[in-house]
Design a protein around this ligand. Structure first.
Ligand code: CP
Length: 314
């Protein structure tokens, strides 16, 4: 298709195709000269209406390592701050002849809204509480690297599922690939529709520790919470925190993921985040490769030529 809006609309084969394409691209970032000419001449706008470190910077690295020309637009400093609409902003960018837009926006559905109104490829870099597909893909790639085939593997998403676009992209992507998915957190931080999402619900973290091969630990999104969601951060940590003492009771090593940014000492303790089973920085490394693969495929790159592109030949 023209756009990447979420993992819900993709098939298992399409998800595997992106993951497999990311593998050769991962090597480019390991080199002294981290650049291939694959997207030379393409112009990409990164349109970020919400704060971001990992997603914004790794998209920019992915674009630059593929030799695309990039422009970064933040809402502060653009005419969005004077009230210009999203579509007018994008149409003005298109009038300057761009090829792709990467968008992060606080409203669920913003990426799709834009994709239906402009001709450029649109990549969703996180829309409200809906989806964050490249995060889902990089999480799945990281899980696959460490656990192998994900069929029947048990992944538990822990924490603030209610506000999490990362949780939704993980749930849709992982279940399509045949993984067993669970969520664990206080009911006040689970969506009402959780019963229809095809996941197991654990009310107690101790049950999740018994069950899981991997935890994807979510940030408590304090900026999206109203009063009353959780009693206090200390209490949250005491009841749901991913701590070394809890993990030591697991029947197997639990692989630890976190999309970042972390609230250390709240949803995850530092000795777990920095511990031997943490793959949190691997996720970040894989994020560049996954985004290179998405850019390459949406630009019309052939998956079977990714190996040649890696060598600078396509
Ligand atoms: N994981 C993630 O989306 O992080 P940023 O908000 O820093 O991009």
């Amino acid at each position: 298709g023209k756009d990447l809006l979420g993992l819900a609309p993709l098939s298992a084969d399409q998800i595997r195709l992106v993951l497999d394409t990311a593998v050769p691209f991962r090597e480019i970032s390991e080199r002294a000269i981290k650049k291939v000419p694959t997207l030379r001449g393409a112009t990409i706008v990164n349109l970020f209406f919400e704060a971001s470190t990992r997603t914004r910077i790794s998209f920019e690295f992915a674009e630059k390592r593929l030799s695309a020309d990039t422009v970064n637009v933040a809402s502060a400093g653009s005419s969005v701050s004077k009230g210009e609409t999203l579509v007018d902003t994008a149409r003005n960018l298109e009038a300057m002849k761009i090829d792709m837009v990467v968008i992060r926006h606080g409203a669920s559905g913003a990426a799709q809204f834009l994709a239906e109104r402009i001709e450029s490829n649109v990549i969703n870099a996180g829309d409200g509480t809906n989806e964050h597909p490249t995060q889902g893909l990089l999480d799945i790639l990281t899980l696959r690297n460490h656990l192998g085939d994900l069929t029947g593997r048990r992944i538990c998403i822990v924490g603030d599922v209610l506000h999490s676009r990362v949780a939704r992209s993980n749930i849709w992507g992982l279940t399509k690939l045949g993984a067993e998915v669970a969520v664990c957190g206080p009911r006040s931080l689970l969506p009402n529709a959780i019963g229809e999402m095809g996941v197991t619900v654990f009310d107690r973290i101790e049950e999740a520790v018994e069950w899981a091969d991997a935890f994807n630990v979510l940030r408590l999104q304090l900026e999206r919470m109203q009063a009353g969601y959780i009693p206090s951060l200390r209490e949250y940590n005491r009841v749901y925190g991913v701590t070394r003492a809890r993990l030591e009771k697991a029947p197997r090593d639990i692989l630890i993921l976190h999309p970042g940014p972390m609230n250390r000492g709240v949803e995850i303790d530092s000795d777990v985040a920095d511990g031997p089973h943490s793959v949190i920085l691997d996720q970040v490394t894989n994020g560049v490769a996954v985004r290179m693969a998405v850019l390459y495929l949406l630009a019309g790159g052939k998956p079977e030529l990714a190996e040649a592109a890696k060598k600078g030949g396509a």
